[in-house]
Design a protein around this ligand. Sequence first.
Ligand SMILES: NC(=O)c1ccc[n+]([C@@H]2O[C@H](COP(=O)([O-])OP(=O)(O)OC[C@H]3O[C@@H](n4cnc5c(N)ncnc54)[C@H](O)[C@@H]3O)[C@@H](O)[C@H]2O)c1
Length: 489
Amino acid sequence: MSLDSEPRASASVLIASHWLAEPLCMCYFPFVNSMKKIAVIAGDGIGKEVIPQAVKVIEATKAPVELTYLDWGADRYLRDGTTVPKDGFEMLARDFDAIFVGAFGDPRVPSNIHAKEILLGMRFKMDLYANVRPVRLLDASLCPLKGMEPKDIDFVVIRENTEGPYVDRGSVTNEGTDDEVAIQEDVNTYKGVRRIIRYAFEYCAHNKKADDTRRSRVLMSDKSNAMTYAGGLWQRVFKEVSAEYPQIKSEHMYVDALCAQMVRDPRQLDVIVTNNIFGDIITDLAAGLQGGLGMAASGNIHPGKTSMFEPVHGSAPAIAEKNIANPMGAILTAAMMLRHLGLTRQARWIEDGVLEAVRQKKTTQDIGGNLGTSEVVLWSTKSKFIAYVGDPDFHDGAIRKISRNSDELVVEVEGSTGTRFAVRFVGVESVISYNPEEMGLEALVEMETVAPSRRFVFVNWLEPEDQGGDAKLQIIARDFSVEKLMADG
Ligand SMILES: NC(=O)c1ccc[n+]([C@@H]2O[C@H](COP(=O)([O-])OP(=O)(O)OC[C@H]3O[C@@H](n4cnc5c(N)ncnc54)[C@H](O)[C@@H]3O)[C@@H](O)[C@H]2O)c1
């Protein structure tokens, strides 16, 4: 049966290896029509470098988002004394679906007052109580521990984000004398502890690991042997909430023992819930397991409210303005934000791009590559297809012809320079076309053969979503090869 078809529109074409958790099925791609509004605050230092790069990646996905740039940060503070404009947090909560943030901290502002008011202000005043920090090893080469594979490190830290010592309560008496006493209060409320522990159990119940296996354990970490008042509350509430989730295994570890475990054998870890300060500290350690601070993503979440997403790292003034900061943490954070907004396909596209860049060492120096911040992003947005085809213009191409004979599927694509390529898929496992009628590919949808799963996914978005499109062709095959054709095909 011949399945030749002519293109209807220009297309974005990429090849992606399928590595994320969701199963493939016909209803796989959620159809998202509404434009999501995102406030972008790059902030200080390397925030001003990595966030614009991550924005380029978001734009490359053609996600239906509207970005508004806010200049909050040290420059603005030094210019006019503003940290957060009047009603700034109300405006964020009212006018935006999400906030995408870089980092705050600048040596020109030694008090760090702007960072405190902007960042802690957002977390506290917008009540973003769950700081979600996924810890996932993308490639064995990134882990300093011997013998660790990506499947071994895939856990998440859920950090309480609105209490603890960060509420900045306390006192200093007899300052400047030998009798000086400084007290920093560690605030833990029943409601605050209960909601973060419940969030952790809910997260465990509803999220899978990257290899599609279920999450099944929640570990609460504290220092209740020494900090008895706060620890007592955490212990009691953890028992109370864990009883509501009998299907999930609940565990406890003192935070010092947990640090040792993270380095000795992180394979045991699944969902960790802990307080504000321990969460802050152990996620820097955890970032080390996944390639360093430049690789770590995070979200500051209050379900149902405008939430904020930021890479785990700070403004790193020592490496700012050198085009060496690793943008992957910010890019993975962008993916996390898009997934939170329901833009799953775009999130996967980004994560696939990062994974491939890491595998091919198209990265900054801190994780073994030799590219600058902006070059990494350029590569990631064009990503896989370039690696195989070697034509940087191929990314923006069009499908010209699709044909099939026996086990082989041939897709002819044309890059924007006019060069044509034939992509020959063998061992085709499944072909999924969304909007198949208009693509004339109904027959392909039914074709499904079992094949050993060296998976490649060929995705074609035939039309930008703002033109009512979202048609796509996705092919999972054992292997593929690319052949350059003459210009006239
Ligand atoms: N969320 C935030 O905004 C946030 C978080 C932490 C620190 N800070 C602030 O940032 C400033 C610097 O703090 P710091 O030096 O302790 O922590 P940092 O995370 O900014 O940097 C620590 C070190 O980690 C490395 N690093 C961090 N991000 C990297 C990246 N993307 N690519 C490559 N290497 C990277 C660098 O070697 C850097 O010197 C301070 O003012 C601090 O208060 C802000």
